[in-house]
Design a protein around this ligand. Structure first.
Ligand SMILES: Nc1ncnc2c1ncn2[C@@H]1O[C@H](COP(=O)(O)OP(=O)(O)OP(=O)(O)O)[C@@H](O)[C@H]1O
Ligand SMILES: Cc1cn([C@H]2C[C@H](O)[C@@H](COP(=O)(O)O)O2)c(=O)[nH]c1=O
Length: 205
């Protein structure tokens, strides 16, 4: 008997938008349907990917090196985690994927979007998420949430212009791919966001 392929769901948003807060909740929604759920993140998700994450988040580097490293981490993540899980019918929720490269390396750092498109076509020509949930929030709100919590990494220390450009690129992609993206107004309460998420995840078959 052939197993139906699993669903690939990605969570996106600028740092502090609130995506990580909702991953466990969505994972539980999926698991409650009796579906195997794999929860992962980028950069990272594999032992090598986590080493690359440390470099990307903490070492200064050329913007193209940064782009190449996030795609190297992604290649490993797809080969070791995402594809095997989808093939056995599991659903995968990844905290970020290639839309983050468009937003951060493209929007934020100003890397030519054609180069990111080229890397995406090389690394995952056939694979795109079935659903991308974009947690959208004004920069001031995201910053206030971050400042209240932890020590900031290299990206989180970027200036307002970086995040404005990253947010704009996310919104541009959401408008370009409306069939894949769902945009959540992340200034709402956690409870209100959960209600929306339950509807979105519940509709995914
Ligand atoms: N809707 C919300 N209302 C109020 N506070 C929130 C909301 N969502 C998240 N928070 C709080 O904001 C902080 C940042 O949230 P979270 O870590 O989920 O953001 P994130 O988008 O995953 O950030 P990063 O990408 O940097 O990991 C946390 O302290 C969390 O409790
Ligand atoms: C996948 C990906 C991520 N980034 C950046 C975005 C964030 O600042 C960090 C990841 O940290 P998080 O708090 O776990 O979300 O990495 C990036 O610049 N490019 C990417 O492709």
């Amino acid at each position: 008997m052939t197993v139906p392929r699993g669903k690939f769901i990605t969570f996106e948003g600028i740092d502090g938008a609130g995506k990580s807060t909702h991953i466990r909740y969505c994972a539980d929604l999926v698991a409650a349907r009796g579906i195997e759920l794999v929860s992962s993140r980028e950069p990272g998700g594999t032992p090598l990917g986590e080493k690359l994450r440390e470099l990307v988040l903490h070492e200064p580097m050329h913007l193209e090196t940064e782009a190449l490293l996030v795609f190297a981490s992604r290649r490993e993540h797809i080969a070791q985690v995402i594809e095997p899980a989808l093939a056995r019918g599991a659903w995968v929720i990844s905290d970020r994927f290639t839309d983050a490269s468009f937003a951060y390396q493209g929007g934020g750092r100003g890397l030519d979007l054609i180069k990111i498109e080229t890397l995406a076509n090389w690394v995952h020509p056939e694979l795109w998420p079935d659903l991308t949930i974009l947690f959208d929030v004004p920069l001031e709100v995201a910053r206030a949430r971050l400042d209240a919590t932890r020590e900031l990494d290299k990206f989180e220390q970027e200036k307002a212009d970086f995040f404005l450009a990253a947010r704009n690129e996310y919104l541009r992609r959401a408008a370009q791919y409306p069939e894949r993206f769902r945009v959540i107004d992340s200034t709402q309460t956690i409870e209100a966001i959960r209600l929306q998420l339950a509807e979105i995840i519940g509709a995914l078959r």
